[in-house]
Design a protein around this ligand. Sequence first.
Ligand SMILES: [Zn+2]
Length: 125
Amino acid sequence: MPHTTPSPYVPEIGETVLDIARNRVGEVMAKGKEFYALRPLGGGREWDAALPDIRPLSREQALRNRVAEVNVRSTGRVSCRYCDRLRLDRAVALRELDSERVLRLDGELAEHARAGHPPLRAAGR
Ligand SMILES: [Zn+2]
């Protein structure tokens, strides 16, 4: 039987990965054949991610996501118009697989949440 496809990315248990179908970063909790159980970095309800939707994150990216998640959790899940805008930008960046931009927006979101959701700056529209 010929091997025509390159071996796909296989996440490890405990790895922090990106689920591009849900725009979420999670930790791999369990492996299935085609679906993996992912858990939000801040804890909470697990979800199933299809293997083709799972993308690896670099060690640095994973760490930054964890930090951002913890910051958001510690300041509460408050939302405001600025949050919404950043999340929208983030969703677009994620769809375009622009991980650098996703991470930058994660950082901005965390920073903004830590600052107590200040209103939009004059420069930001
Ligand atoms: Zn906000």
